[in-house]
Design a protein around this ligand. Structure first.
Ligand code: C5P
Length: 309
């Protein structure tokens, strides 16, 4: 095979609830995640036996062994005990870095899927899922993407039956990024007194999410009316500390008639949802001068369904 490419979509958190602390030190979460059509592109081309390399369109991103794409490639080679497998990988980076959009996790998941094909390994989904979990908490979701409930560290997945055709306006200040460990650390420092304890209490919250107002709205064919306020427990600890999060949320509230606005993941990306991609495009056009004036980059996107195979 001379070359193969696959896109790596960004995700939004439509719900991010920190339930408590796990024995492994990670947080126990209840989330709804959704992929959008803002995506990186990963390309694999032939290379001399045993050689693995990565180049990237974004000069500030490390392309050494610390990059999750190369970590994913190494994990696959170890899994099949074949150090002679080779690839020259190139990442066309479009998802902003350190943004709460799972760009790095999506690149890692895409590397697993792409190289499984490029190297004709035919590893089953369950093996890719096991490797994904070793790479990061959001990588498992990013294998299939689409609309999913994510529990545990983020790797216990319950796909939703369908993805509504909503539009998204996304804002991010290119000069600001938020470290995920820092955001969870802040959450622990400020909120651990209210953390739940024990599997029974966690399962009660999971069930509340499965049968709650957000999913009822999400699964209603016509999305009649606006969704409930989106809950992101990291937003409540990050927003007071990061001015651009507060400003971005205010800007989005003025952009047309959004159904709802929120921060994604650990931030600092902010998004507004619209009844259709056309409405999001209109809102984006009206907000563009103001977002540029305030130093924000903006993207008009849409929800994307799960990828298969
Ligand atoms: O798994 P990942 O590398 O994406 O996690 C980055 C950091 O975010 C972890 O080291 C941890 O500090 C925090 N985290 C957490 N609980 C999770 C996911 C991430 O505390 N469920």
């Amino acid at each position: 095979m001379s070359s193969l490419s696959l896109s790596a979509p960004a995700k939004l958190n439509l719900h991010l609830e920190v339930l408590g602390l796990r024995r492994d030190g990670f947080h126990e979460l209840a989330m709804v995640m959704q992929t959008i059509d803002l995506a990186d592109e990963l390309i694999a081309a032939a290379a001399p036996p045993g050689q693995l390399s990565l180049s990237c369109s974004e000069a500030s991103l490390a392309v050494d062994g610390s990059n999750l794409v190369l970590k994913a490639a190494e994990l696959l080679r170890e899994e099949v005990s074949n150090p002679q497998l080779s690839a020259a990988l190139h990442l066309d980076k479009r998802i902003p870095i350190g943004a709460g959009l799972a760009g790095g996790s999506s690149d890692a998941a895409t590397a697993l899927l792409l190289l499984n094909r490029f190297w004709q390994l035919q590893l089953p989904e369950a093996v890719l899922l096991r490797l994904a979990i070793q790479l990061g908490s959001d990588v498992a979701f990013c294998l299939a993407g689409g609309s999913q409930l994510c529990f545990g560290r983020g790797e216990v997945l319950e796909p939703l039956a369908s993805t509504p055709p909503l539009g998204v306006l996304l804002l991010k200040d290119p000069l600001v990024s938020v470290s995920t460990p820092w955001a969870y650390g802040r959450c622990k420092a400020l909120r651990s007194a209210q953390y739940l304890e024990g599997e029974e209490a966690f399962e009660t919250r999971r069930q509340a999410l499965r049968s709650g107002a957000l999913l009822q709205w999400f699964c209603a064919a016509a999305q009649a009316g606006p969704p409930p306020v989106l809950r992101n427990d990291l937003q409540t600890v990050v927003a007071p500390e990061v001015e651009s999060v507060q400003l971005g949320l205010k800007l989005l509230e003025q952009a047309g008639s959004p159904l709802v606005v929120a921060m994604s993941g650990s931030g600092p990306s902010l998004f507004a949802l619209y009844a259709s991609p056309a409405e999001a495009a209109e809102a984006g056009a009206s907000l563009a001068p103001l977002s540029a004036e305030n130093g924000f980059d903006q993207w008009v996107c849409r929800f994307t369904p799960a990828r298969h195979g």
